[in-house]
Ligand binder design. Structure first.
Ligand SMILES: NC(=O)c1ccc[n+]([C@@H]2O[C@H](COP(=O)([O-])OP(=O)(O)OC[C@H]3O[C@@H](n4cnc5c(N)ncnc54)[C@H](O)[C@@H]3O)[C@@H](O)[C@H]2O)c1
Length: 307
């Protein structure tokens, strides 16, 4: 299994490290900055005797080295600075994602693309358009991260381990995130029986603003530990063909009454990418929120064409 990680910044380098430490694949780490991916690859590989993994990261600035990849993770692009919305990155990052996909897709025509660059939903659409790949082989990472943040906040609120908390967010990566209180559980008990409505709303708001909270604290750049863990879970599902259902930004073809747009939905992941969009039992309000998120993404994707 060969995974290319494009962009050797904070998200890219931590993703490369997690993938090889878990023994999921060999990783080609690439960036436009000369010597950066080579230095990072050397450093990660040098930790292999201690961490006990195969030292299989290759750092490069040459796209020829990415040929024949099974999965391509795109993290190249600018992160937010304090006060910025993800949408403020649209113009600059669209140019970068277009460039990266034009350079990677021809050499890895069978790859599954996982887009991470923000604004996430729109960049996933752009990557699908530029690559020409079947849409089930192009997806975005956001829901696993948002759900992890929510699970962590719920665990903190209730003083339990995050491992006993199940929760999923759908919709867009940002303002139109759709939390699903009816589907969240703690130790198998419905979350709504354990906390009141005001507390739930506070936890959702913190999750929705979870990225901005970290941007404000770091001052330079955005989150990368939880994002790289989330990407790695998706890579594992694809590489090991686990068929697990994860919330990912996927192309909808009528599910939930949504057609022809990328939006966060539960998807079964395997070697073929998004192998099924799973339709949960959502109530009218939840479906309305999901459709509103999809409409918002659709209109932003139309803006992409004007750039
Ligand atoms: N989807 C999510 O949930 C999520 C989470 C975290 C970060 N992000 C996004 O991921 C992106 C990367 O974040 P980061 O913290 O790693 O940023 P970073 O600034 O640390 O790294 C970005 C890297 O991309 C490289 N790059 C720029 N243009 C390139 C090109 N044309 N080809 C190859 N490499 C190029 C840069 O040289 C840099 O090393 C940002 O857009 C950020 O907003 C998304």
């Amino acid at each position: 299994m060969r995974v290319t990680v494009v962009g050797s910044g904070f998200v890219g380098q931590t993703t490369a490290m997690r993938i090889v430490q878990k023994g999921l694949a060999e990783v080609v780490l690439i960036d436009i900055i000369e010597d950066l991916p080579q230095g990072l690859a050397l450093d990660i590989n040098e930790s292999s005797p201690v961490e006990r993994f195969e030292p299989s990261v290759v750092g490069t600035n040459d796209y020829a080295d990415t040929m024949g990849s099974d999965v391509v993770v795109i993290t190249a692009g600018f992160p937010r600075r304090p006060g910025m919305s993800r949408m403020d990155l649209l113009g600059k990052n669209a140019a970068i994602v277009r460039d990266v996909v034009e350079k990677t897709a021809p050499g890895s025509p069978e790859a599954v693309l996982i887009v991470v660059t923000n604004p996430l939903d729109e960049m996933a659409y752009l990557a699908a358009e530029v690559s020409g790949f079947p849409k089930q082989r192009v997806m975005g990472m956001a829901g696993v991260l948002d759900s992890a943040r929510l699970r962590y906040f719920i665990a903190g609120e209730l003083g339990v381990s995050p491992l006993v908390v199940e929760a999923m967010t759908l919709g867009s990566h940002g303002e139109s995130m759709v939390p699903l209180p009816r589907h969240a559980t703690v130790d198998g008990k419905p979350l709504a029986d354990l906390v009141d409505g005001t507390t739930l709303e506070r936890l959702y708001e913190r999750t929705r603003d979870g990225g901005a909270e970290i941007v404000a604290l770091l001052q330079k750049g955005s989150a990368y530990y939880a994002p790289s863990a989330s990407i790695t879970q998706m890579v594992n599902a694809i590489a090991a063909d686990t068929k697990e259902v994860l919330p990912v930004c996927a192309w909808c073809t009528g599910q939930y009454g949504i057609d022809g747009v990328y939006v966060g939905v539960p998807a079964r992941l395997g070697r073929g990418g998004v192998e099924e969009i799973v339709e949960l039992d959502l109530n009218e309000d939840e479906i309305a929120q999901l459709r509103a998120a999809a409409d918002g993404i659709r209109s932003k994707c139309a803006d992409l064409a004007k750039l």
